[in-house]
Design a protein around this ligand. Structure first.
Ligand code: ADP
Ligand code: ADP
Ligand code: ZN
Length: 213
């Protein structure tokens, strides 16, 4: 199963991708996590990406397309994979199609987790992230067992710099302008599946599994 998770920042893509990765036993590939790991590790890529991310802007396509093409060519992706946070622009979607075509593959579905802007600010304000393993929590809807500590790896949870309300507004603008056109792109490709992302975590998960069959 080769899946794309689409949706606004904070819609729940990462949360659902993590659950689907376990259910289908395929890797969860989050470009945001890859960039954050590079920033933490002080790599060249991290240095290039940081300014864009902190400002709530997209990292340029040329820094992300090859990285994803290389990642999906790895051994653990042969049975499928879940892309979370990629593609985010039409050129990225075209680059993905080109990379897959070379491998003789196609995406199976693009899952659009639909959440209106009004709900996003609340989701983002309560989000707490583990920068070590990429796990995500919410102070009200998805609490960790011990406050402020990651259940999976024991690291400290943080409010991401780009989850502060001002930057969230910028990111929503960027989403509507550059990423939302992908909904049409995958509709035309005949693989779009839309789920109501305002439901509970479990209901969204069940909805996605039912659509994927
Ligand atoms: P969220 O899960 O809240 O949507 P992500 O972790 O996916 O956020 O992304 C955080 C930031 O990383 C984005 O705001 C952007 O700056 C950068 N980023 C992640 N994926 C991409 C991508 N495919 N193209 C460009 N920038 C990206
Ligand atoms: P994205 O990857 O799309 O940016 P996340 O999966 O990180 O979004 O979810 C954003 C925040 O909202 C997180 O704090 C997460 O725990 C919470 N969340 C995700 N799905 C739901 C849901 N269905 N109901 C309530 N909160 C949710
Ligand atoms: Zn962790």
């Amino acid at each position: 199963m080769r899946l794309i998770m689409l949706g606004a920042p904070g819609a729940g893509k990462g949360t659902q991708a993590a659950k689907l990765a376990v259910a289908y036993n395929i890797p969860h590939i989050s470009t945001g996590d890859i960039f954050r790991a590079n920033i933490k590790g002080g790599t060249e890529l991290g240095k290039k990406a940081k300014g864009y991310m902190d400002a709530g802007q997209l990292v340029p396509d040329e820094l992300v397309c090859d990285l994803v093409a290389d990642r999906i060519a790895q051994e653990d992706c042969t049975e499928g994979f879940i892309l979370d946070g990629f593609p985010r622009t039409i050129p990225q979607a075209e680059a993905l199609d080109a990379a897959l075509e070379k491998m003789g593959l196609k995406m199976d579905a693009a899952v659009n987790v639909d959440v209106p802007d009004e709900n996003i600010i609340e989701r983002m304000g309560g989000r707490r992230a583990c920068l070590k393993c990429g796990a995500t929590y919410h102070m009200v809807y998805a609490k960790p067992q011990t406050e402020g500590i990651c259940d999976k790896c024991g690291s400290e949870l943080v409010l991401r710099e780009d989850d502060k309300p001002e930057t969230v507004k910028t990111r929503l603008g960027v989403y509507h302008e550059q990423t939302q056109p992908l909904i049409d792109y995958y509709e035309k490709a005949g693989i779009l599946k839309t789920v109501d992302g305002t439901q509970s975590l479990e209901a969204v998960f069940e909805g996605i599994k039912a659509m994927l069959g």
